[in-house]
Design a protein around this ligand. Structure first.
Ligand code: P6P
Length: 342
């Protein structure tokens, strides 16, 4: 990871303000504020009886963990307190939560919707495995929140995640004007004063990496190109690289390793999840923005994830994300198989 070039202490709020202005910085600050409290709750979970499920099922049909509910309510409350956040969309809620805003609140046209997975991988919490918060900030265009969030991922204003692990790390990418623009990827570590301080700037994914990451228990139901692809990685066919397999089962942790060490994370289509398991708006889009700004790539098997259009806010997608060489190699095999099938 590229070390921060500065000796002075730069908080994530100050970094965001320098690059994207005060309004975006305040949105990022609210997310950081929620993350501090989520981190503390997770760290003490075993002592405060917050492990386990609440006995309810969320809109995804998944058992809601107590910490899912805590994280979701906290993010909603802190983001709702920012005048230029007009709405949020959460993995845990069926539809958008719209905040009543007076006309004057939208200073300088700054109106945002924040889309998030409040606690990804939460089924791992009870076994003390890393979990994360994933977020995406988009502009509210017109009055229709759903319409605003169903625009291409290339239009994200900012995106990133917080990984709760041995240390809490917030990774942030912010968009610039025009395709391909952007401010790059920075990482911030929660310090003893509970500030997210800059610890790496200009983070770049290795051109090729040493790990592949997939749930191979599903391999029998993957499209054949994905099976042949992993076999090609194992055989050293991609530049002679000898890969290791790593799969934590928390996307934020698997993604963070892939970003820093290189390689590929993939969740292909399966019989049980023919459109993949991961969600386009609040998992694939934000991670794709980070990975592309770090020089990597993200596809749904065939096309660039950031250009895939969502039809609904909880739409799922296959995802292949990581170093450019590995992602492009998979894309070639999938397109070649599709071409042969025609
Ligand atoms: P599987 C966690 O539930 C999650 O959404 C991601 O964090 C993770 O990558 C994936 O699902 C794991 O899914 O089917 O391999 O258990």
């Amino acid at each position: 990871m590229a070390q921060a070039m500065t000796t002075e202490l730069v908080t994530v709020e100050a970094y965001a303000a320098q690059r994207a202005g005060a309004h975006v910085a305040e949105v990022i600050g609210a997310i950081a504020g929620a993350a501090r409290l989520i981190e503390r709750k997770i760290r003490l979970a075993g002592l405060n009886d917050v492990y386990g499920a609440v006995g309810a099922v969320n809109v995804q049909g998944e058992q809601q963990q107590k910490l899912d509910v805590f994280a979701n309510e906290l993010l909603t409350r802190l983001l709702g307190a920012v005048p230029w956040v007009n709405a949020i969309v959460s993995e845990e809620d069926e539809g958008p939560v719209v905040f009543p805003r007076a006309e004057g609140d939208a200073k300088h046209g700054a109106r945002f919707v924040v889309v998030f997975d409040p606690l990804d991988g939460s089924s791992n919490i009870d076994v003390n495995v890393n979990v994360g918060t994933i977020f995406s900030v988009v502009r509210l265009e017109g009055e229709d929140v759903t319409e605003s969030v169903l625009r291409p991922g290339t239009e994200q204003v900012a995106a990133g995640y917080v990984l709760y692990g041995p240390s809490a790390v917030m990774v942030l990418a912010m968009g610039g004007e025009g395709a391909g623009a952007g401010h790059g990827v920075a990482a911030f570590t929660l310090d003893a004063e509970e500030r997210f301080v800059l610890t790496a700037d200009g983070v770049k994914a290795p051109e090729q990496g040493a790990y592949y990451s997939a749930n191979e228990a599903n391999a029998a139901s993957w499209p054949v190109a994905y099976r042949e692809y992993l076999e090609s990685l194992r055989s050293g066919a991609l530049g002679g690289m000898n890969y290791s397999a790593r799969y934590i089962g928390s996307m934020v942790a698997d993604f963070h390793r892939t970003l820093l060490k290189g390689g590929v994370f993939l969740y292909p289509p399966t019989e049980k999840a023919p459109r993949g398991k991961l969600r386009l708006l609040y998992e694939a889009y934000p991670m794709a923005m980070v990975m592309e700004q770090a020089g990597g790539a993200a596809i749904d098997g065939e096309m660039r994830i950031l250009e895939v259009r969502a039809k609904g806010i909880h739409e799922r997608t296959p995802l292949v994300i990581g170093s450019r060489r590995e992602v492009e190699a998979l894309q070639r095999m999938v397109l070649q198989t599709a071409g042969e099938a025609r």
